[in-house]
Design a protein around this ligand. Structure first.
Ligand code: HPA
Length: 273
């Protein structure tokens, strides 16, 4: 469980290490989006493993560090590498870094992830602003924490993703000539991709894409009063949606095709938030 004591310790450590840098925007980068952080001016890096109480990422290719600095005129705190439920982390630990962001002063957060389309309306390579989500893990990132469930908190659960931030992203896309769709993200546990029947179910319950992240961080952030922008990029069609067998190679291919587009959209959006 993400104990208050640990949140305090981690926050203090980051403040000391960065000489009281005040991030305004928190960012959680999905796979392939590392280059967003490369554009940060005067970056300060902190490895997760050095931060007291911080979980450590186990997925290969995820750097597992915070990058703090200025991106397009905004003070940002970027998580390069995130924690997945499928790695075995308890949900509250996945919400932990977001609670630390809040303590450091973050008021807006961009959360990004790859996903699989569960409808033929979305194709590999498409970008989608997340308007809402369905949590098929049925686990909550703030489970077990002492929260005062005020009216304000319950109203925030009804709107996890901030419509104003979504509009800024959509407008930024229009200016850059990048098409962005809108839709519902379904979180499955993973680590394997969904079965055909599960993909059909995700569609039937109202989803547009399915993925294995985003929901815990977005939920924790919204409940703590952080405005959330959720953005996903479709790396593949879900099992059974396309007749083609899902291949890792195709997923990587799509990712390299859209990487530059997503990176510029996210960087530009930050400047407009
Ligand atoms: N399912 C779940 N997570 C994913 C997928 C998918 O098809 N593609 C990328 N992340």
């Amino acid at each position: 469980m993400a104990e208050t004591k640990n949140i305090y310790k981690a926050t203090k450590f980051i403040q000391e290490t960065t000489e009281n840098f005040r991030p305004e925007i928190g960012m959680i980068l999905g796979s392939g989006l590392g280059p967003v952080a490369d554009a940060i001016k005067d970056p300060m890096y902190i490895n997760y493993q050095d931060i007291p109480g911080f979980p450590v990422s186990t997925v290969e290719g995820h750097a597992g560090r915070l990058v703090l600095g200025n991106l397009n005129g905004k003070n940002v705190m970027v998580m390069q590498g995130r924690f997945h439920f499928y790695e075995g982390y308890p949900m509250p630990l996945i919400g932990f870094p977001v609670q630390v962001m809040k303590k450091l002063g973050v008021s807006k957060m961009i959360v990004t992830a790859a996903s699989g389309a569960v409808t033929t309306d979305l194709q590999p390579g498409d970008l989608m602003v997340i308007t809402d989500h369905i949590n098929l893990t049925f686990r909550h990132p703030l489970m077990g924490q002492k929260l005062s469930i005020s009216d304000e908190l319950s109203s925030q659960t009804s709107k996890v993703y901030d419509p104003d931030l979504s509009n800024i992203a959509l407008e930024t896309g229009r200016k850059l000539g990048i098409e962005i769709k809108s839709g519902v993200y379904v979180m499955a546990t993973g680590p394997s991709f969904e079965t055909r029947a599960e993909v059909r179910m995700a569609r039937l319950v109202g989803g547009d894409v399915v993925g294995m992240s985003t929901v815990p961080e977005a939920t924790a952030a919204a409940l703590m009063g952080i405005k959330v922008l959720g953005m996903t990029y479709v790396s593949n069609s879900g099992t059974g949606i396309s007749q083609k067998q899902l291949s890792h190679h195709d997923v990587l291919d799509t990712m390299s095709r859209i990487q530059q587009r997503v990176v510029s959209l996210i960087s530009e959006t930050v400047g407009n938030l």
